[in-house]
Design a protein around this ligand. Structure first.
Ligand code: HEC
Length: 132
C-alpha cells in the first residue's frame, strides 16, 4: 500500500523537478518487466482508446506509429511520464519531437491518470516486441 502511495506521489514530484529536460531515452531493452504489472496494463490499451490510433496490438496505423520495439529507447518510468503529458515530454526530447513532426495532423493525447496505472500500461508496452 505504501509503495502504491509512493508511486502516486512520484509522478507529480518528477514533473515538478523538471525531469523532462534531462530525459534522453536510456532503454536498451534490458529492463526487467514484472509480468503481473504488464498483465494489468494489457487491458488498458483498448479501454483507454490507444488502439484507435496505434492499431491492434500496437502495430501502427496511418495516424500513429507502431509501438513495437519501445524497449530499445524507453524505460517504464520514462513512458509513464510521456503518457501523462506527451507535449511537455516532447519539449525536452528530440526523438519525440521528430515523431510529432512526422504526424503533424494527429496529436498524441495526454493521460492524466494515477502513476501506478500509467506504469502498468508502460510495462505492457515494453513487452510488445518480446511476444513476436
Ligand atoms: C489520437 C491518436 C492517438 C491516441 C488515442 C494515442 N496515441 Fe500514442 N501517439 C500518437 C501520435 C500521433 C504519436 C507520435 C508522436 C506525437 O505526435 O506526439 C504517438 C506516439 C506514441 C508513443 C511514442 C512512440 C515511440 O516510438 O517512441 C507511444 C509510446 C504512444 N504513443 C503510446 C500510446 C498509448 C499507450 C496510448 C493510449 C494510452 C496512445 N498512445 C494513444 C497518437 C495517438
Amino acid at each position: 500500500m505504501l509503495s502504491k502511495i509512493g508511486a502516486m506521489l512520484l509522478l507529480p514530484g518528477l514533473l515538478a523537478a523538471g525531469c523532462f529536460r534531462s530525459s534522453a531515452p536510456r532503454g536498451g531493452g534490458a529492463e526487467a518487466i514484472d509480468p503481473g504489472l504488464a498483465r494489468q496494463g494489457a487491458g488498458y490499451y483498448s479501454d483507454w482508446g490507444c488502439d484507435a490510433c496505434h492499431g491492434d496490438a500496437g502495430r501502427g496505423t496511418d495516424d500513429a506509429p507502431s509501438l513495437a520495439g519501445l524497449g530499445d529507447r524507453w524505460t517504464i518510468d520514462e513512458l509513464a511520464l510521456y503518457l501523462f503529458d506527451p507535449e511537455s515530454y516532447g519539449a525536452g526530447n528530440a526523438r519525440v519531437r521528430e515523431l510529432q513532426d512526422r504526424y503533424p495532423d494527429v496529436e498524441m493525447p495526454g493521460f492524466e491518470l494515477p502513476a501506478d496505472q500509467l506504469r502498468a500500461m508502460s510495462a505492457w508496452l515494453l513487452t510488445l516486441d518480446r511476444e513476436e
